[in-house]
Design a protein around this ligand. Structure first.
Ligand SMILES: Nc1ncnc2c1ncn2[C@@H]1O[C@H](COP(=O)(O)OP(=O)(O)O)[C@@H](O)[C@H]1O
Ligand SMILES: [Mg+2]
Length: 386
């Protein structure tokens, strides 16, 4: 292989075939590459490089077009698989979607989150074509809110997709049914598609191709990714670019997207930008958290960001029950209290999301300053500070 006469023979052979108008493909092992020296690369019109990479004991194949004369090509390293009945299948680098529209479509139309009280907090709901990050630790209700959102969207005649990476579809359908959502019925009617992939075998380029093919084939315009933390598991250093590509793709289609984000711990609002990968590409942020008050964990929702809307910067209490996430009226949270600890509405506290709730109520201050009677719920708690 390395002797010069042989290489010159190959050179002459290829040039001869070329003159005859024959399309020729030459393969070479990388080590003993015919293609490496510059004068030999010159012989070839197109050079494609294949590699195998080991990735946490999993083998991934990569394909790169190094050159191709007279035509444009998408650079970078794409994912390649060898699939039964198909041979080589190349999944292009998700970040490299070629058709970036000059003009991103925008809409003034609003879509319900599925929870009317949350829509009110967001000044009328989600803009069509917006990207919403729903953040909260495990069990705060990200999946429940997503099911609620997609159910409302389907009822409004939209086609929906839930990319479920945390939970198997069977379990998801069962859990949703316990809250009164009929996902199976929606699937049967073609209103909802579930895409499940095991996080362990997930390759981002392949996954992107599955999602976009399904979206284009079915004309889907409301999508939930539950949750994007899994992408971090699959490919830590690529996840920000990947999410950016996903967000751009859906914005160009004017589709409305939820990225559910399982935050590693209860986050305060100030930490959120650091923690969320690619938070700049997110239009809306919904924070779900637990707040410990006395000995009781209560659920708190805050919406620190809604692009293009006036929002109410308040932390509200919510419950999860039949019908999904429901916000409590701020003066009514005593009502659901079934235990001995006196519970005040959230408006009686400050710094709820910083995990150090402080009773620092304007209502109390005003009452004290003006020598008036304390609000009844407060007076009760003061008398009986269990
Ligand atoms: N049928 C139900 N009745 C009451 N609460 C429920 C029911 N199903 C789920 N929940 C509540 O919802 C929570 C799970 O919400 P989920 O959306 O799965 O959380 P996340 O996706 O954020 O991890 C459970 O911890 C439970 O408190
Ligand atoms: Mg979940």
């Amino acid at each position: 292989m390395h002797d010069l006469p042989f290489r010159e023979d190959v050179h002459v052979l290829i040039e001869g075939l070329n003159r005859l108008g024959v399309t020729t493909m030459v393969t070479a092992e990388r080590d003993e590459s015919l293609a490496t020296p510059a004068h030999e690369r010159f012989v070839f019109d197109t050079i494609i490089e294949l590699r195998r990479e080991e990735h946490k004991r999993r083998v991934e194949r990569r394909l790169t077009v190094a050159k191709s004369r007279g035509q444009d090509f998408i650079g970078g390293s794409h994912t390649m698989r060898i699939e039964a009945h198909q041979g080589v299948h190349v999944y292009r680098r998700a970040q490299s979607r070629p058709k970036l529209l000059d003009d991103q479509p925008t809409s003034n139309q609003r879509i319900s989150t599925g929870a009317p009280a949350i829509d009110v907090l967001m000044d009328g709901g989600l803009y069509e074509g917006s990207v919403t990050m729903v953040s909260g630790i495990s069990g705060t209700g990200k999946t429940v809110l997503s099911v609620q959102f997609l159910t409302a969207a389907a009822q409004a005649g939209r086609k929906t997709l839930l990319v479920t990476l945390d939970e198997h579809p069977r379990q998801l359908i069962r859990n949703a049914a316990s809250l009164g959502f009929d996902l199976q019925g929606m699937i049967d009617r073609g209103e909802l598609f579930l895409l499940y992939e095991s996080p362990l075998e997930l390759e981002l380029d392949v996954h992107f191709d599955y999602v976009t093919s399904l979206v284009e084939r079915e004309g889907i315009d409301c999508i939930v990714f539950d949750s994007v933390a899994v992408y971090e598991l699959a490919s830590r250093h690529e996840v920000a670019d990947f999410l950016y590509a996903v967000a751009t793709y859906f914005k160009n289609r004017l589709a409305t997207v939820f990225f559910n984000y399982e935050s590693p711990e209860l986050l305060g609002v100030s930490q959120i930008s650091e923690e969320l990968k690619g938070s700049h590409l997110v239009d809306n942020i919904i924070l779900l958290s637990y707040v410990e008050i006395s000995t009781v964990l209560r659920r708190a929702i805050a919406i620190p960001k809604v692009r293009g809307s006036r929002i109410q910067q308040v932390t509200r209490e919510y419950i999860i029950a039949t019908g999904g996430v429901a916000l409590l009226e701020d003066d009514a949270s005593d009502a659901h209290n079934a235990n001995a600890v006196p519970q005040l509405p959230f408006s009686a506290y400050s710094s709820l999301l910083s995990r150090s709730p402080t009773r620092h109520s304007p209502a109390i201050e005003v009452a004290v300053a003006q020598g008036e009677a304390l609000p009844s719920s407060v007076a009760q708690a003061v008398e009986d500070p269990t």
